[in-house]
Design a protein around this ligand. Structure first.
Ligand SMILES: N[C@@H](CCC(=O)N[C@@H](CS)C(=O)NCC(=O)O)C(=O)O
Length: 230
């Protein structure tokens, strides 16, 4: 059976979890406590970069969320989550990459400084700019069809749809992006999205953890150096 190593709030693992559900594949969820389990030998044997998600399918191990999504699509093509028409495929890829390379790191930065009492820094201002620029870009890519690729739900929704619905937590009104807003509501009403929904307590806990990220990253850097020496 397929095994997904994950943590419930992980913004990289959640799209893979959703893809498995949308494809109605049988799979086992293997929780990884990112408080240190990612540095244990058994996990390092699966992913030497000590990160989730990891997918195991029989003898095959795949790391990196986008590689996992591509593997699932090629290996289990039904229902298809990628379009074949070149321009539509390019659109789906753009959405995936803009979300992971622009929106996600900027959103994390904004959340890291949320509720901070100090003056908003240039860093924070720049992060907010990256968020709103990404949202504008996505809004313009959505036509009046239900999904980025038209009538077909694709990996664009799977990747963007786990993060965009959280934009209000950045104190940015999703209503300012009406097409994205309706798109997000449509996704949130799907049984698969509801199945992976975080409880309000889980989300609050996740946000508290994000605010501690600079410390956590520092600790992980030291841990990685220690692991490398052994
Ligand atoms: N590029 C990777 C990023 C994965 C990633 O950063 N995962 C985080 C959780 S959201 C992680 O495992 N962090 C643990 C650590 O860095 O020690 C992907 O797309 O899969």
């Amino acid at each position: 059976m397929l095994k997904l190593y994950y943590a419930r709030p992980s913004l990289y693992a959640r799209p893979v979890w959703l893809a498995l559900l949308e494809k109605q594949l049988p799979f086992e969820l293997m929780p990884v406590n990112l408080g240190g389990e990612q540095f244990e030998p058994d996990f390092l044997a699966l992913n030497p970069f000590s990160r989730i998600p990891v997918l195991v399918d029989g003898d095959l191990r795949v790391i990196e969320s986008l590689a996992i999504l591509d593997y699932l699509e090629a290996r289990y093509p039904q229902p298809p989550l990628l379009p074949t028409e070149p321009a539509t495929l390019a659109k789906v890829r753009m959405v995936q990459l803009i979300v992971l390379n622009e929106l996600l790191p900027a959103a994390v930065k904004v959340l890291m400084q949320a509720d901070s009492t100090s003056e908003p820094s240039a860093d924070l201002e720049y992060a907010r700019l990256r968020v709103t620029k990404s949202l504008h870009f996505l809004e313009n890519l959505l036509s009046n069809a239900p999904y980025f690729a038209g009538e077909q739900l694709t990996l664009a929704e799977i990747v963007a749809g786990t993060l965009v619905c959280r934009v209000p937590d950045l104190s940015i009104a999703l209503e300012d992006y009406p097409k994205l807003h309706h798109w997000s509501m449509r996704l949130l009403s799907r049984p698969t999205w509801q199945q992976i929904a975080l409880s309000p307590e889980e989300w609050q806990q996740f946000k508290r953890r994000i605010r501690k990220l600079p410390l956590i990253w520092e600790r992980r850097r030291r841990q990685r150096l220690r692991t490398a020496r052994h």
